[in-house]
Ligand binder design. Structure first.
Ligand code: SF4
Length: 424
């Protein structure tokens, strides 16, 4: 029997944790109809105002009827995002692609690109770094050895659904399967592939209960999918529930939204977020071209709210795998008050070979940065060990071993040094 929406709403609005949720209009999703979440909502006025020149040009061409209020609304951005490959190809001028059918043969990693992010791709070839990271490619159909749906085996580390407890003192809470833009190399592609993208209060409640009952958990990372695609009230429900747990010391939000839909970072949002300090934000950044005036505005708002930001970047072949690109990226990040935090080796999800670089490439990049820019700018290069081993940091060979009472070291110029370090 088909489930009635009213039944589901009733079921999921049962007030968890003794809280009155009557004022929270939690919208439920039963399947891939996530668009409805946003379609049924009026576009409220947005306090986000920045529209840069190139973005404005794209808007005039493809959304000439849109008002400033609409363009600057994150809901409008989601409502009008491109989720049809043929349409996207026409807009971006990828006319050489004749087989629009190939997506249906693939594992169907969803396509979604906001109009704002599409404007960054406009007028560029299909080989352009940002295009390659979000536009589907036939290479996704090529499966290679070592690739897995869930390469980090996160599913096996979930004591309750959508809560990963891999490290002793922290957990990863997967709050939604929805993203405003889907990255083609997504580690959690197995999750964003799920039909039911909005997990709902019941699922969150189980995670929150687990955290409450496990005093070892002092650090909670809210991720997904992308938690900043949740409406303010939903997000506040999560944050306030977690903040009410005495042993939860810090809360982190993992998101790509500030880079792909900066309009989401409204003053109203940051005002709400700052109530739940200490709060950190890990921002998924791919390339220096993502750092536009809009992103600068968004990050300034987050920083002004006292939220410490760190970046997370996946090392991607022919996208950001050069010292120059990475150096430009980390310098731009520091200017918008984001500390370069992690550089990840790309995880072997199915069809990801065209994105992956040899590990030596990552080491070469770190070597090319260390000593050539401030240490504050240099991210940790890590491999998330297959099968759930956790993050393993990789460093070029600065430590060369021992020679009696001396440690043998090599500096960033390759010069060797002996450091006196007696063992007795
Ligand atoms: S934003 Fe994150 S979760 Fe969403 S598709 Fe990109 S990598 Fe995956």
């Amino acid at each position: 029997m088909e489930t009635q929406k009213s039944d589901i709403v009733q079921q999921d609005l049962d007030p968890p944790l003794g809280q009155d949720l009557s004022s929270i209009e939690l919208v439920l999703e039963t399947n891939a109809a996530e668009d409805q979440l946003f379609r049924k909502t009026e576009i409220p006025a947005s306090d986000f105002k920045t529209i840069s020149q190139g973005v404005q040009k794209f808007r005039e061409l493809f959304f000439p009827e849109s008002t400033d209020k609409q363009w600057n609304s994150w809901r409008w951005q989601i409502q009008n995002s491109y989720s049809n490959f043929k349409k996207l190809s026409e807009v971006l001028g990828f006319h050489d692609i004749s087989d629009f059918d190939f997506l249906s043969k693939s594992r169907k990693l969803p396509l979604r690109i906001t109009p704002y992010y599409a404007s960054l791709l406009y007028g560029k070839p299909i080989e352009y770094a940002l295009s390659k990271s979000v536009v589907p490619s036939k290479n996704e159909l090529i499966l290679s050895s070592g690739e897995e749906n869930d390469p980090l085996h996160e599913d096996s580390m979930c004591p309750v659904e959508n809560l990963v407890h891999r490290y002793p003192d922290r957990v990863l809470m997967l709050s939604t399967g929805f993203c405003s833009v889907y990255c083609r190399y997504c580690t959690r592609s197995h999750m964003v592939l799920k039909e039911k993208k909005h997990f709902g209060v019941k699922a969150w409640e189980r995670s929150i209960d687990y955290i409450r009952n496990n005093p070892v958990v002092r650090d909670v990372i809210i991720s997904g999918g992308d938690p900043l695609t949740l409406p303010d009230k939903h997000l506040e429900f999560l944050l306030s529930s977690l903040r009410a747990i005495p042993h939860v010391e810090i809360i982190r939000i993992g998101s790509k939204v500030p880079m792909v839909m900066p309009q989401r970072i409204t003053n109203t949002l940051v005002k709400m977020l700052k109530k739940y300090h200490p709060l950190y934000m890990s921002i998924h950044v791919t390339h220096p071209d993502e750092i536009t005036p809009e992103v600068e505005e968004a990050c300034n708002r987050i920083a002004d709210a006292g939220i410490v930001m760190g970046s997370q970047t996946v090392l991607l072949k022919d996208i950001n795998d050069s010292v120059d690109t990475m150096k430009t990226l980390i310098h731009k990040l520091l200017k918008i008050r984001v500390k370069p935090y992690y550089l990840y080796q790309c995880d072997p999800i199915p069809g990801s070979l065209h994105f992956r670089t040899p590990v030596t490439k990552g080491l070469e990049i770190i070597q090319g940065l260390r000593g050539h820019t401030s240490g504050y700018a240099i991210p940790h290069y890590v491999i998330d060990a297959p099968g759930g081993g956790g993050k393993i940091p990789l460093l070029p060979e600065y430590y060369q071993g021992r020679d009696g009472d001396f440690v043998m070291l090599k500096n960033f110029e390759g010069k060797e040094f002996k450091y006196y370090d007696p063992t007795k």
